[in-house]
Design a protein around this ligand. Structure first.
Ligand SMILES: NC(=O)C1=CN([C@@H]2O[C@H](COP(=O)(O)OP(=O)(O)OC[C@H]3O[C@@H](n4cnc5c(N)ncnc54)[C@H](OP(=O)(O)O)[C@@H]3O)[C@@H](O)[C@H]2O)[C@@H](O)CC1
Ligand SMILES: Nc1ncnc2c1ncn2[C@@H]1O[C@H](COP(=O)(O)OP(=O)(O)OP(=O)(O)O)[C@@H](O)[C@H]1O
Length: 392
């Protein structure tokens, strides 16, 4: 099977003062290093529409075949040998979508209950019961078989009344919460931690211990909302862990930048791709998704932008829908499909698929409900959006 990958390479700094020289230098470097890869560099771009990339020259390239090999080779050594050429930004929606479709498991009668995904949501407090519900129900609607919610006691009965599909454990505020929740962990494929968690120090302390234990158990997890508040206090909890994805909104992203980069970053609807990448590197190549008008995700080596669909309605809960969907897609992207042929590593493909899905739900819901759109309307449209993007 042959893939054509369009992507953007960003060159910056000395030696790249004009496009012709820069193009020649980049082309020569890549071709010398990767002789078996055919690279065609087309004309230089000063701007990329989907994100703020205008700080330096961006080149549009087309790479035929062997893209994963190329990606793998983007080591520090390669980057330094290319001097300013160090930032790979993929914007080829078709290649990314094709790779996402490839990891979605087919529904056959060979599967037994649970194999398509057992997802755990850690969140839910007396104040916030909607957020964990949106995350868990979205995981089921995307295609997980089982969703468990581990919440504080006052939230449990409320969440159960929203849906009989959810398995709800009133454990988070108990004294033996860590051990009691860890008993369920071997059965789970991935977790979302944070929606509706609140900021009670005792609960955040429990969640900190759980994160440590989930890492020991080598689990996949997504950190959102109040779990990101915990990470601003204790960034070392997840530094260098490859199986976590952070999904900050612009305010949460700014807080993380202050905590980890020591920089004040003004919250903005569209992130600087460079800043997302910088933060991902500072976390030890952890994957970070900055949600916004354009969703921008990076693991420090590759940055992916998602700008299609969406709506101008900013009702609460859309991030919860995204986080719940992402937990399932993360499990699928790491467990199914042919990784060698994929256009990006599994964590970035999962993020891209979750962003596309959320934005398509928002677009569809807004076209039907306009200003009245709520996250419940979006959840109802997950199937339609999913089928449109990824097939049945
Ligand atoms: N139905 C439910 O149960 C739901 C529960 N939820 C749960 O609520 C909990 C707290 O989450 P949170 O995001 O409201 O709190 P936090 O980060 O302190 O923000 C505080 C202030 O920051 C600002 N601000 C926020 N976002 C911004 C943006 N993108 N761009 C710009 N500004 C932005 C804004 O400031 P303001 O506009 O008021 O000046 C906001 O008031 C958490 O557990 C979450 O999961 C939600 O999931 C929704 C559905
Ligand atoms: N300014 C914007 N313009 C268009 N779409 C946006 C904008 N901001 C966010 N979105 C969309 O909403 C999704 C969720 O982002 P949002 O910033 O609402 O998350 P959140 O604040 O964590 O959500 P929640 O209300 O669940 O806590 C994004 O992935 C994106 O699709």
């Amino acid at each position: 099977m042959r893939f054509v990958h369009d992507f953007f390479l960003k060159g910056r700094g000395k030696g790249y003062t004009d496009n012709t020289t820069a193009t020649a230098v980049i082309k020569e470097t890549i071709v010398l290093r990767f002789q078996r890869i055919r690279v065609t560099l087309s004309k230089g771009y000063h701007r990329c529409d989907s994100s703020r990339l205008n700080q330096s020259t961006v080149f549009r390239c087309t790479l035929l075949d062997k893209f994963p090999l190329f990606l793998k080779s983007l080591s520090t050594q390669f980057q330094s040998s290319c001097r300013g050429l160090h930032h790979l930004i993929s914007t080829n929606d078709e290649a990314l979508l094709a790779s996402c479709r490839a990891f979605i498991p087919s529904l056959t009668n060979a599967l037994h209950k649970g194999q398509a995904g057992r997802i755990g949501v850690l969140g839910g407090s007396e104040e916030y019961t909607g957020a964990p519900y949106f995350a868990a129900i979205s995981a089921l609607k995307v295609g997980a078989d089982i969703a468990h919610v581990f919440c504080a006691k006052p939230a449990a009965a409320v969440i159960k009344t929203y849906s009989p599909e959810l398995i709800v454990h009133p454990l988070l505020d108990t004294d033996n919460a860590v051990d009691a929740i860890m008993e369920w962990v071997p059965r789970m494929h991935s977790f979302v931690i944070g929606p509706g968690l609140g900021r009670d120090p005792k609960i955040l302390n429990t969640v900190g211990h759980l994160i440590e234990r989930l890492k020991e158990a080598d689990r996949l997890f997504v950190l959102d909302a109040d779990a990101l508040f915990l990470i601003t206090e204790k960034p070392e909890l997840i530094k260098g862990y490859p199986k976590v994805i952070l999904t900050p909104n612009s305010v949460e992203f700014a807080r993380l930048c202050t905590a980890v980069l020591g920089e004040e970053v003004k919250p903005a609807p569209s992130a600087s791709a460079e800043k997302v990448r910088e933060l991902a590197i500072a976390f030890g190549h952890v994957t970070i998704l900055h949600k916004g008008a354009t969703d921008v995700a990076s693991n420090g080596r590759l940055t992916v932008c998602c700008a299609g669909g969406g709506s101008n309605r900013r009702c609460g809960g859309q991030g919860d829908l995204l986080a719940g969907s992402l937990a399932v897609l993360f499990h699928w992207a790491t467990g199914f499909g042919d990784r060698a042929a994929a256009a990006a590593p599994p964590e970035l493909l999962a993020v891209y698929a979750a962003c596309r899905l959320t934005r398509e739900c928002a677009r569809l819901a807004y076209s039907q409900h306009g200003r009245s759109t709520t996250t419940t309307d979006m959840v109802r449209l997950i199937h339609q959006a999913f089928s449109f993007l990824f097939g049945p």
